[in-house]
Design a protein around this ligand. Structure first.
Ligand SMILES: *Cc1c(COP(=O)(O)O)cnc(C)c1O
Length: 383
């Protein structure tokens, strides 16, 4: 079936390859990537992204849930798949069946896994200061005790930084403290003769801002997709040189979001359009109805601030965003008609709308904006 009919995502896998190489260059040679392909690869499409990464030689992935892990296995992803989050004991069988690695999220959870009676591969989460998941870094006894469960095969230990993107001294100091705590735990375990486990700490901003860390893996998410969490960082990439290294990283966005003009109509002066009569034409306007809406992940709250690109020109969104449609003012585009392509994220002619701009419109981060892109959008590899 034709896939560019209504609304779709185009994936530029060359840019993905470029980003992988950029990130590898930043890290020590011995450090491998364990990309975060959770949340449908941040909305990009878990299968096309994971398959492309596998073809680039990447063998390790992390996801949030057992379902996400199974999806990858069924699609032929052969390497290690680490589940970062919670798996219910009634899903333990799936861990075995699909050879997934489970995070030990705390000591109680380790006990439940051990009780189940089958052998599991686990990575131990260490809480070095985020206080979300993991065993407290100071509780060496609890950490050590995981090795005593004969059914748990510890193939990794990791922690997560909670302020690696921060530019304040407080955040930098805290991050350095987290790194130090994790290193202490690792060194202690190695001194005790424990072997056969890998180590990993950095996510995207850990890689960008603390690339000198020496662990076996890094877990990039958002930057792998060529995005910064905020517009400030991507804009200042070229302009400003005295910020953190995040601003100097050269990355290329992988995703474009596109839709089509469904219908073009004229609004006479004083006529309103859309739900709640939220928009009223102050003069005679030409409007286009686009076949994409909030059910596809276009945030409803951006109405009034946002624009799209049409034939290389910015055209403003008007009225309220509907579930399946939205309206734009195309008065300035003379020859627009039903079926024409419109860009929401990406490039059109000389103009472009980065995902970071969406993040700014919503007051959120790109991570949220792209991971909420809907299942109804086709994911198409652009050639
Ligand atoms: C999501 C996640 C990552 C990736 O985060 P980014 O900031 O997108 O790179 C890394 N580690 C853990 C534990 C995560 O949950």
């Amino acid at each position: 079936m034709y896939q560019k009919g209504r609304a779709w995502i185009e994936l530029n896998l060359e840019n993905l390859r470029f980003n992988v190489q950029q990130l590898k260059k930043m890290l020590p040679k011995t450090c491998k990537l364990m990309p975060a392909v959770k949340a449908n690869a941040y909305g990009h499409g878990a299968l096309p992204i994971a398959k492309a990464l596998q073809e680039m030689g990447i063998e390790d992935f992390c996801v949030a849930s057992v379902e996400e892990g199974i999806e990858l296995r069924n699609a032929g992803i052969a390497g290690n798949i680490l589940i970062l989050g919670y798996t219910h004991p009634r899903q333990f069988e799936q861990l075995v069946k699909y050879e997934l690695t489970q995070t030990v999220v705390d000591s109680v959870y380790a006990g439940k896994m051990a009780e189940y009676g089958k052998e599991f591969r686990v990575h131990i989460g260490i809480d070095t200061g985020m206080h979300r998941l993991g065993i407290n870094w100071m509780d060496m006894e609890a950490i050590r005790s995981i090795w005593e469960y004969k059914k748990l095969k510890v193939t990794g230990i990791f922690s997560h930084l909670c302020a690696a993107d921060g530019k304040s001294q407080k955040e930098k100091d805290y991050t350095k403290e987290q790194i130090k705590r994790f290193e202490l735990v690792v060194n202690q375990l190695k001194q005790e003769g424990k072997t056969g486990f890998s180590t990993h700490l950095q996510g995207s901003y850990g890689i960008l801002n603390y690339p000198e860390c020496r662990f076996d893996y890094a877990r990039p998410g958002i930057v792998l997709y060529g995005l910064f969490s905020r517009l400030m960082e991507c804009e200042s990439r070229e302009k400003c040189s005295n910020l953190c290294s995040a601003t100097e990283a050269k990355l290329r966005p992988v995703l474009s979001l596109k839709t089509r003009v469904e219908s073009v109509r004229i609004l006479e002066q004083g006529e309103s359009a859309g739900y709640g009569m939220a928009y009223t034409a102050l003069s005679r306007r030409k409007i286009a109805v686009l076949s994409i809406g909030y059910a596809d992940g276009v945030p409803r709250e951006i109405a009034g601030k946002a624009y799209v690109l049409c034939q290389g020109k910015k055209v403003p969104m008007i009225g309220r965003i509907c579930m399946d449609q939205m309206l734009v003012d195309v008065t300035e585009i003379p020859d627009i008609s039903s079926g024409d392509e419109v860009v929401l994220i990406g490039r059109s002619g000389e103009e472009q709308i980065p995902a970071e701009t969406y993040a700014e419109w919503t007051g959120s981060i790109t991570n949220e904006v792209v991971s909420r892109l809907g299942v109804r959008l086709e994911r198409i590899v652009s050639s």
